[in-house]
Design a protein around this ligand. Structure first.
Ligand SMILES: [Zn+2]
Ligand SMILES: [Zn+2]
Length: 293
């Protein structure tokens, strides 16, 4: 029995390579073990030739921009995560965020951080603004106002720079759709780790929003995601890892990385009832169109 089948923390084995290359439309290389070179080489060896590196705070957004500048196969997005914005305003006494304990900074601190995101969003290797949006799961009532203000500001930044908006929507479907409608969505908008049902997929389809499916589409209890995937227009479907999170079945619970995209692509092809190569062709083209690279 190989070591990776015994150890629940070990990296899953390399899947069979895809014959048609695709992109991981949403990953966090800065939260994964190993070097960037290793992650990119491993991914490319199975046909995942492009990754979108997503920033969640100022430090991570600067890192994403620097990494995309250094590697042709990496594109960056920059943002304050929906759970990061309230921490900047209200403080983070427990210090569970990656930047440690923080004093409340108020609205001025959020404005200052948004100004830095605005500056980074102008860079050519930065293709998107996100992940931004709303998270009613992790942020409580007290953080809602800061979260929504930050979301609206990110939409404005994306539109002004002509960049793609990357949405994080956790337990907040109706409010995310409402804010997008009120502000007017940018030309290209991606729902990362799409978590709505088939009915919401129809709404996204009518609005022209991309829906990016992560490893949780393979989870046993995620029939609603498979139903959504089944009705989403093929030209609006993307694939992502959101690594190190959401590792697809049969490796659920172990560390995720871009090289595991083929596992999710194969599960998605089965849901759509189409050939793996045909799906990969669409995913590759869709991601390039969605992020304008
Ligand atoms: Zn997210
Ligand atoms: Zn993410």
């Amino acid at each position: 029995m190989p070591a990776d089948d015994r150890d629940k923390n070990a990296a899953p084995p390399l899947p069979e390579p895809l014959r048609v290359p695709v992109a991981d439309s949403h990953t966090h290389l800065d939260m994964q073990s190993g070097t960037v070179e290793e992650a990119l080489a491993k991914a490319a060896s199975v046909g995942v030739t492009t990754v979108v590196q997503v920033g969640c705070d100022l430090k991570g957004s600067r890192w994403a921009a620097d990494t995309a500048a250094a590697y042709d196969s990496v594109h960056a997005t920059v943002a304050l995560h929906p759970n990061e914005a309230p921490r900047i305003v209200l403080g983070d006494p427990d210090g569970w965020s990656r930047q440690g304990a923080r004093e409340p900074g108020g609205d001025a601190a959020l404005d200052e951080a948004l100004a830095e995101i605005d500056r980074l969003a102008a860079l050519p290797q930065v293709k998107g603004v996100g992940e931004t949006g709303l998270d009613h799961f992790r942020t409580g009532e007290e953080g809602k106002e800061a979260q929504e203000r930050s979301f609206r500001a990110h939409i404005e930044i994306a539109k002004r720079h002509g960049k793609t908006l990357v949405i994080h929507d956790r337990d907040a479907h109706a409010d995310v759709l409402r804010v997008l409608k009120e502000e007017g969505a940018p030309e290209r908008t991606v729902f990362h780790c799409y978590s709505g049902d088939a009915e919401m997929a129809q709404i996204c389809a009518r609005a022209g929003y991309y829906m990016s499916f992560a490893g949780n589409v393979t989870f046993k209890n995620a029939q609603n995601l498979r139903d959504a995937l089944a009705v989403a227009p093929l030209e609006l479907v993307l694939v992502e890892t959101d690594a190190p999170f959401l590792t697809p079945v049969p490796y659920r619970g172990r560390p995720n990385a871009p090289y595991l995209v083929p596992v999710t692509v194969r599960a998605m092809a089965a849901v759509r009832g189409i050939d793996e190569d045909a799906l990969a062709t669409a995913l590759g083209a869709n991601t390039a169109r969605a992020f304008g690279y």
